[in-house]
Design a protein around this ligand. Structure first.
Ligand SMILES: Nc1ncnc2c1ncn2[C@@H]1O[C@H](COP(=O)(O)OP(=O)(O)OP(=O)(O)O)[C@@H](O)[C@H]1O
Ligand SMILES: O=C(O)c1ccc[n+]([C@@H]2O[C@H](COP(=O)([O-])O)[C@@H](O)[C@H]2O)c1
Length: 188
């Protein structure tokens, strides 16, 4: 599951847990991005902060892990590179790539989109506020599944911190503490 994770929140975690259970996956690997090229409208937090928050958020789940492939490669992140790196790291694995409905709406604009679907099975998860009725995806390229609706976004979390509102219970406790310790989002 790739994401900017700025910060990681319970919407990400519930979606990942649901896909893990429905597809009986050995592992869900969270992959925090380097620089996301479709989010140029704002400053994204440092990759190491986003990586560490993701480690904290996933640490208690034996099926969850975090990969540094996008952080280590640096620069702009393209999923085609992520999937080639994961294939090299796990030559025999069956790879799935989990995306929310909002990201799926844009997927045909991703770099080398035509190649992506041959590198992994794509799993699209429902997300409140987004529907895929008008999104044309190549036939059979994406499995769409319902996950418990979590009306949470990283944007709303950042805005709440900037306004002095709590993010307890929207993000894991350790992530609340990390945001406070590193003084993230106060000027978001
Ligand atoms: N509440 C949610 N329910 C289901 N999927 C989600 C949810 N939030 C994010 N996702 C999916 O998780 C992946 C990573 O999302 P991302 O890190 O961009 O979070 P975000 O909340 O969309 O961030 P931002 O508000 O900063 O755009 C994307 O595929 C996105 O569609
Ligand atoms: O490959 C691309 O061109 C591309 C464009 C936009 C998003 N993505 C990936 O989609 C995932 C979710 O991205 P985001 O921006 O919604 O956090 C993350 O892994 C991104 O690297 C990938």
């Amino acid at each position: 599951m790739g994401g900017t994770f700025d910060p990681v929140h319970h919407g990400h975690l519930v979606a990942a847990s649901e896909v893990q259970a429905q597809f009986d996956l050995d592992e869900v690997i969270f992959v925090p991005t380097g620089q996301p090229w479709q989010k140029t409208d704002r400053k994204v937090s440092a990759p190491e902060d986003r990586y560490l928050m993701t480690v904290i958020a996933t640490a208690s789940n034996p099926h969850f892990s975090v990969s540094r492939v996008d952080v280590e490669r640096g620069g702009t992140t393209y999923t085609v590179d992520t999937l080639h790196d994961l294939r090299n790291a796990f030559p025999d694995a069956e790879l799935f790539f989990i995306t929310g409905a909002d990201a799926l709406q844009q997927i045909l604009s991703w770099r080398q989109a035509e190649e992506l679907f041959s590198l992994a099975h794509f799993v699209g998860v429902t997300r409140p506020g987004y529907n895929l009725d008008d999104t044309h995806l190549p036939n059979g390229s994406v499995s769409l599944i319902d996950v418990p609706a979590m009306a949470i976004s990283s944007t709303a979390c950042r805005e709440r911190v900037a306004s002095g509102l709590p993010v307890w219970y929207l993000v894991p406790d350790g992530v609340v503490q990390y945001i406070s310790k590193r003084d993230l989002y106060r000027n978001a």
